[in-house]
Design a protein around this ligand. Structure first.
Ligand code: SAH
Length: 290
């Protein structure tokens, strides 16, 4: 099966990070869409690409084989939280550009067996890293009502119905599949058809963030960024929901060693959203090491 993941905001990423000479760290290389654009655009860059998803990496390895052979790209199965360690092993202390493209790849969403999608029936999994032990199954079936309600409130920003949803989940156990979870949510969420997005969106987001510890990972990595960037080096972060965007925005604002280059986040043009609906909620923020 050929998997398509159209990279988001590529032109804009190239505008801000496309002049990189030296080391480019792609924290979330995925299927290699952005990495390929960077490698084609900057002849003098060397890219280090990380991802925790072995399936994604094997596609990227194949797709970008020519750059690997030329010695311009190295890919590692690693969380970006461990970026510093990976770089040090390569003898690199600082880099010239960093890209983070947060969120889920189309490949992860489309493969039912990964359990990310409320549109496809699959096991409750949602792990980006299949070697990890915590799965969505465990969150849904063994976390207590209070903990569930808290993540639905905080990570799903499902403020009004978080308690009610948590209660329904606990009462409906065991819940084995994504489809069963959607059925529970359909009962738990009142007025579900009056929403802009599918009624399961926020709860799925909440569980995914919890399973992958996404917000803590982002915060931990950001705190390393000023020490990882050379002077004049840049970091670009593409986020897909307001919790991530807020973390990035506040970090760039408070960190005196970084200067924001994007006062307002950059969002995709209408034409991009039309071609790639997944880009609809993307926001890019860029900062420079001073
Ligand atoms: N820019 C990529 C798409 C990235 S999608 C492209 O153009 O193809 C986001 C990717 O981030 C996914 O592949 C996911 O597995 C990865 N990811 C999520 N959490 C991660 C982490 N902590 N460390 C490294 N990669 C992570």
């Amino acid at each position: 099966m050929s998997v398509i993941h159209v990279p988001v905001l590529v032109e804009e990423v190239l505008e801000y990070l496309g002049n990189t000479e030296g080391v480019f760290l792609d924290c979330t290389v995925g299927l290699g869409g952005h990495a390929e654009a960077i490698l084609n655009n900057c002849d003098r860059s060397f890219v280090v690409g990380l991802d925790v998803d072995e399936d994604a990496l094997s596609i990227a390895r194949e797709r970008l084989a020519r750059f690997i052979n030329e010695g311009r790209l190295k890919l590692f199965k690693s969380s970006y939280v461990e970026a510093r360690k990976v770089l040090n092993q390569l003898g690199i202390n600082r880099v010239d550009a960093i890209l983070m493209d947060l969120g889920v790849s189309s490949m992860q969403l489309e493969k039912a067996e990964r359990g990310f999608s409320f549109n496809r029936d699959g096991p409750l999994d949602m792990r980006m890293d299949k070697e990890q032990t915590l799965t969505a199954y465990e969150v849904v079936n063994s976390w207590d009502e209070e903990a569930l309600s808290r993540i639905i409130f905080e990570y799903g920003e499902e403020k009004r119905y978080s308690r009610r949803i948590a209660k329904y989940i606990v009462q409906s156990r065991p819940i084995e599949t994504t489809k069963q979870l959607v059925e529970v949510l359909a009962k738990a969420i009142p007025n579900k058809h009056g929403r802009k997005r599918h009624f399961a969106t926020k709860v799925f987001q909440a569980i995914r963030i919890a399973v992958n510890n996404e917000l803590d990972n982002l915060k931990r990595f950001l705190s390393d960024v000023p020490d990882l960037l050379n002077t004049g080096g840049r970091i670009g972060v593409i986020s897909f929901h307001s919790l991530e965007d807020r973390i990035v925005k506040e970090f760039f604002k408070k960190e005196s060693r970084l200067k924001q280059l994007t006062k307002k986040p950059i969002t995709p043009k209408e034409s991009e959203i039309e071609l790639n609906p997944r880009s609809r909620s993307a926001k890019l923020r860029v900062a420079e090491r001073v």
